[in-house]
Design a binder for this molecule. Sequence first.
Ligand SMILES: NC(=O)c1ccc[n+]([C@@H]2O[C@H](COP(=O)([O-])OP(=O)(O)OC[C@H]3O[C@@H](n4cnc5c(N)ncnc54)[C@H](OP(=O)(O)O)[C@@H]3O)[C@@H](O)[C@H]2O)c1
Length: 488
Amino acid sequence: MVSRVIPVDPFDLVIFGGTGDLARRKILPGLFRRYCAGQMPPEARVIGAARAEMDDAAYREMIGEAIAEFGDGKAVDQDKLSAFLETLSYVAIDARGETGWRALAGHMRRKVVRAFYFSVAPGLFGDLAERLNAHGLTDDDSRIVVEKPFGRDLASARQLNQDLAAFFDERQIYRIDHYLGKETVQNLMAVRFGNMLFEPLWNSQFVDHIQITVAETVGVGGRGDYYDKSGAMRDMVQNHLMQLLCLIAMEPPARFDPDAVRDEKLKVIRALEPVQPHHIVRGQYSADPDDPESLPDYRTAVENPKSRTESFIALKTHIANWRWAATPFYLRTGKRMVARSSEISIVFKDTPHSIFGEEAGRHRNVLSIRLQPNEGIKLSVTIKEPGPGGMRLIDVPLDMTFADALGPDGAENVDAYERLIMDVIRGNQTLFMRGDEVEAAWAWTDPIIEGWTNRGDVPKPYDSHSAGPDAAAQLMRRDNRDWREVTP
Ligand SMILES: NC(=O)c1ccc[n+]([C@@H]2O[C@H](COP(=O)([O-])OP(=O)(O)OC[C@H]3O[C@@H](n4cnc5c(N)ncnc54)[C@H](OP(=O)(O)O)[C@@H]3O)[C@@H](O)[C@H]2O)c1
């Protein structure tokens, strides 16, 4: 199946932090793929901006190398790469000073979409917004894109929102959560709201529980200093897992438009119940016994022997509304786990009575939505085990792995960043977080973090390459449930 590519309007995209890790690893290789696909028009211009002095040629060389290193592994078409690099230029600019702003103004064209990607530390967001305005670089149609972390608590998120709102309308602000750009996440909405099949069952009468797991195999790597001030709750749960939970739990919006969708997500966040202390398990990974030198324990990796920051968290929460009041939501995320896997599982209730007798076993339908790797949706259904051995039941998956179902074109995943950048240019905010959503998410998160800080809780150690601390398994077992296996 060949997907249609509709080119976006010509644009000027300024990437503040255009020499940084995110720009080189994700944003520019993603733009190059959109260029090759014909979605980024040749008239578009990308302007890298950072403090380091360099000319256009040096910047193009830097980005050419980044595309070779961080591209999708396929052979790079050198003619297309040269043409793409021609669309790039560079301006040395200081977000906190006056250097470079006039030069940047000289690069910008009239009558094209203007977008400004703030791929810099959040402490610079306010400075950038203020200077963009002071130098007359924005108009009513200009957009800014801001990266996570959007605050570290409610107070700082509010401050950031205010700093941006001083110069931009909410409709101009695109807060990225790249999880929302994943193909399967959008498919989740198509599956829920494009089919009649699931909606009648999508409630606590039929759903036993929902579990969301985002497991990583990597440790904190070179981000130790940042991560130790953040932890899994702030870095993953408050944004990515919360967004997934919203899409699973929200009511059908009246239209697939940005505010209708975000209004429904906001209602879910506001209906989340506070989490009880005994419904939270926090962990810190231990050194890899086979390779303690290069894969050290969490505290060594962050160079903080007394750290109480969690690299793993599992928790149980409820949504206080008619649809979900009796259905627990279990969330789990961690680093250095046994496999890299992001999966949402909707576990339906047992059949109320087995006509096949107890020996045939009780079976549950599970709808699992896999975000990475191997994006796809699987529904396990119960059938008779083939053969003459009587009525024995087994669970088999109805599998919609996109790579299989849609052929090579479906398998060619568009990276979340490239999809979201194209949405910015199109002016579609559906997959971006609104300011009130972010604040509501922090309002739920803050008391949980304050609770364990005040109690002086210490995270439990867990083995590298495991599913997290045993206490996380106990959290489910106490409810006669089990986590789904973390598999690659
Ligand atoms: N890397 C990721 O995978 C990732 C993922 C999610 C979110 N993020 C977020 O994305 C943002 C960028 O992350 P990153 O990893 O790319 O950081 P980074 O590698 O440290 O890059 C920072 C960039 O900002 C520029 N910069 C710093 N101070 C500046 C100033 N005063 N004026 C203008 N430019 C300045 C730097 O260049 P100069 O020093 O030359 O100015 C560099 O280009 C951060 O908010 C981060 O939290 C990153």
